[in-house]
Design a protein around this ligand. Sequence first.
Ligand code: UDX
Length: 450
Amino acid sequence: MRIGMVGTGYVGLVSGTCFAEFGHDVTCIDKDQGKISRLKDGEIPIYEPGLDELVEKQVRANRLTFSTDIKEAVKDKDAVFIAVGTPTRRSDGHADLQYVYAAAKEIAEAITDFTVIVTKSTVPVGTAREIERIVKETNPDADFGVCSNPEFLREGAAINDFMRPDRVVVGTECERAAEVMRNIYRPLYINETPMVITTPESSEIIKYASNAFLATKISFINEVANLCEATGANVQDVARGMGLDNRIGSKFLHAGPGYGGSCFPKDTLALTQTGQKFGAPQTIVETVVQVNSNRQKDMAKRIIEMCDGNVDGKKIGILGVSFKPNTDDVREAPSLVIIPELQAKGAKIAAFDPVAMEEAAKQLDNVIWAESSYDVAKDADIIVILTEWNEFRALNLDRIKGLMKKPRLLDLRNIYKLTEMESKGFVYQSIGRRSLDGENGSGNRLKSVG
Ligand code: UDX
């Protein structure tokens, strides 16, 4: 199949490259001349494990090319995917569709034979129909079908998610378009990947509802974690006990500092806006948005409490600033809320992240960017683990303790064992688990610290 991918951001580049790996001929298109020339030189603009090798392999095999010329790149394609950004519109929280519609118009002007126009970007319900209208209006003679085909890629695991998805969702009312999509995804038949073929509206809602449901699971377990702290229960045991029920499932039940990233915050908000617009309020998701926003601020309070209620002039060491491991993405990361809150209270922040410091430095001021976790620990009054990077799981705790002013560690991802930390002599707190002597977020135990 011949595929055009409009937009070489995260989703477009991963999807285009993986389609090439399926054996299709793919042209990735972007208006950004600099980005396209860098891609042609083999430079990958995003951090995603395995992507650079895969791009190189597909380029060498002549299955993946890059272009800025949408007209040239779109003609003679079986399908053209729209994978441009849909940021949250500042004024009203709705997804901003101007780039999607602009791409639809340009595609309409360029298509020659029958072409399927596919939305890969996360777009609100009704967008596929609007694209159909725009294409007809722009080019009344165009022979085309419109289709919604949402992505479910997790950053850091995107290639695997693309190559081995739980399902493929296709929303179209055009049988010819459905047939093209079946052919595009045919390589997945070998894994018996289920394909849900439905209407565009259902497909569009599937994407938002899936992300909102996962975000709900996270906020749910975060509130349960608070209850565990108040009652002496252990949230990891509770999550395990719940998750073994197949109807619930164990995934996305890890309590933490609140969800971030480019999808959950944006998509939950957009779903609530869509609900309002159609008179079908999404009350549960509205609450989830609120719970998550409070959660990130509460984490800053927790750090302050652990520092005897005052961080003025204290050095706080932060491990991890990306919204999750294996990515340099800091969009909506808890670090962007927590660090400024602490700075406003007079704290000095030293931080280390294996890959996200450059990105974070664009958004955070006055942070001392450290060279390693040990560098962060030097003279620190407390260390806070914000992101569960693998390298933070195996720290030399004796060395860390020796470097710190006070051996206090707040583990917001529950990566250490309570027993281990107590035996190492740390004042240790985590999420939804009391320390062995019964304390959690109160900070009382700190009185015994040096
Ligand atoms: C998500 C969806 O998983 C993906 O299907 C969608 O297409 C895009 O959005 P992503 O944002 O890359 O992917 O990250 P994900 O792994 O889902 O994590 C999102 C956030 O939730 C992170 O901040 C993570 O730390 C947090 N999280 C996740 C938890 O706090 N607890 C969990 O149990 C799982």
